[in-house]
Design a protein around this ligand. Structure first.
Ligand SMILES: C[S@@+](CC[C@H](N)C(=O)[O-])C[C@H]1O[C@@H](n2cnc3c(N)ncnc32)[C@H](O)[C@@H]1O
Length: 244
């Protein structure tokens, strides 16, 4: 459902693709939000089958990185695409009460997220999790954040959705604040692997970021502990966007 960019499609598992096709077909007529609805339903299925999937992975590296890059307990923090708050729980634990908001298109992820926050006794920190169907940020009306963090979200978004997210988030970035997002970086073109994995060059962001009113920089010191899984095809890369 990407309309305006030249995308190379790569299929590595035809069986998996065919199993997912009915979900994609279900939303095919929705040109604006069809892809996001497909992804949310796919994610809901995965989380129902494996509710503790993200809990099996140590995601504290995200918090450690943010802390060494100036995250302070008093900062207002939005985790965009927070999943089950498996990284978020480390951030919530560090922040002062009422400073963390997590949003995700997958209702099942948010439901499990609340359970995880209960398990770690983090309700005392007043965290807020919202389901945002089709990426609608209405629940954030009037709120701004010092840091917005989207780990492994653009890696699952086509170009028009990346730009939509840029536009949706912009009013929610505080004066002096910024938006971090990881991408799966390649050297040429835009690649869609299966339906749901997206790979980008920096060239794409060279044009998309200013078009949506952002400057950006590559965070050269970012290392994703599982990047070796990409087996040289791509490099997990962290970008920091600041509104112009
Ligand atoms: C690979 S998971 C990563 C979850 C979390 N950031 C972490 O590091 O544990 C990607 C998450 O992004 C969410 N997501 C994907 N596309 C999204 C979109 N357009 N808007 C908001 N969330 C999205 C998915 O539902 C999923 O929970």
């Amino acid at each position: 459902m990407s309309t305006s960019w030249d995308v190379q499609q790569v299929v590595v598992d035809t069986g998996a693709l065919e199993r997912e096709r009915p979900i994609l077909d279900k939303y095919a007529d929705d040109k604006k939000a069809g892809y996001v609805r497909y992804y949310a339903e796919r994610q809901d299925h995965i989380m129902r089958a494996q509710p503790l999937l993200w809990e099996q992975v140590d995601k504290s590296f995200q918090f450690q990185y943010l802390k060494t890059h100036g995250l302070k307990p008093e900062h207002r923090f939005l985790e965009y695409g927070c999943g089950t708050a498996s990284a978020g729980k480390h951030i919530i634990d560090y922040l002062q009460p009422q400073k963390y908001v997590g949003v995700d298109i997958s209702a099942e992820s948010i439901r499990i997220g609340w359970m995880i926050l209960a398990k770690y006794e983090l309700f005392k920190k007043g965290p807020v999790l919202h389901v945002i169907p089709a990426g609608d940020l209405a629940p954030l009306k009037g709120l701004t954040f010092d840091t917005i963090w989207a780990q492994s979200v653009f890696t699952h978004c086509p170009p028009d959705i990346v730009k939509q997210i840029f536009n949706n988030l912009k009013p929610h970035i505080s004066e002096g604040g910024c938006f971090y997002a990881t991408i799966s970086r390649i050297e040429e073109g835009i690649v869609q692997k299966q339906f749901h994995d997206w790979y980008y060059t920096l060239e794409f962001f060279d044009s998309a970021a200013p078009e949506c009113g952002y400057d950006y920089e590559v965070m050269e010191d970012w290392v994703h502990p599982a990047d070796y899984l990409a087996k040289g095809f791509s490099k997990d890369t962290l970008l920091r966007f600041t509104p112009r």
